[in-house]
Design a protein around this ligand. Sequence first.
Ligand code: NI
Ligand code: MN
Length: 225
Amino acid sequence: MPEVKFLGHSCVAINSGDHKLIIDPFLTDNPKAGAKSEDIDANWVLVTHGHGDHIGDAIAIAKKNNATIIANFEICNLVGGEGCKFHPLHIGGGFNFDFGRVKMTMALHGGGYGPDASRYTGPATGFLVYIDGKTIYHPGDTGLFYDMNLIGEMNEIDLAFLPIGDNFTMGIDDAVKAVEFLRPKKVVPMHFDTFDIIKADPKEFASKVTGCDVVILAPGESINL
Ligand code: NI
Ligand code: MN
């Protein structure tokens, strides 16, 4: 039974026995982070795209823990150049790891690394993580896209994270539509309130969603699936 911990913004840790995954570990520069980068214990670091609020502390965490970074081919080349272990995937492709399967999904968003996001990091992505008999969907940063319907049709999603902060990603109303498409059992809102420009009320999101449990997690809080 995986424990899923929300660490603020889009950072999610998934722990299942000896398998410790962390997705989009933006901690050091996140004023509302639910953990410190140096305290993270991880074997696998998944990165959805090259923007600083997602790749964040990935390189430091991977090096300290001798963890492997899972990301698109372009980001893997970048982190490989920094001395990290990596496993490249690309959109539509999945791989069976020792902890379970990861499939890379599309996202409607940009990519780019560095202070001005000028280093090419390929398209933004999301992940379907299949672990311990559970399916977790982390879409990264994205606008609403109709293929979420296909993702929902082809997967029984136990838990989906969805951005609700608007401006750079889906806002609340589009995230409500995404829940309709994905049909997850549970949904956790993310990517809001970290900065003033993405302020959103997760209770408004919860009040608009039907047929799915909305679980509002503060940074540092977790649920067991
Ligand atoms: Ni982004
Ligand atoms: Mn972002």
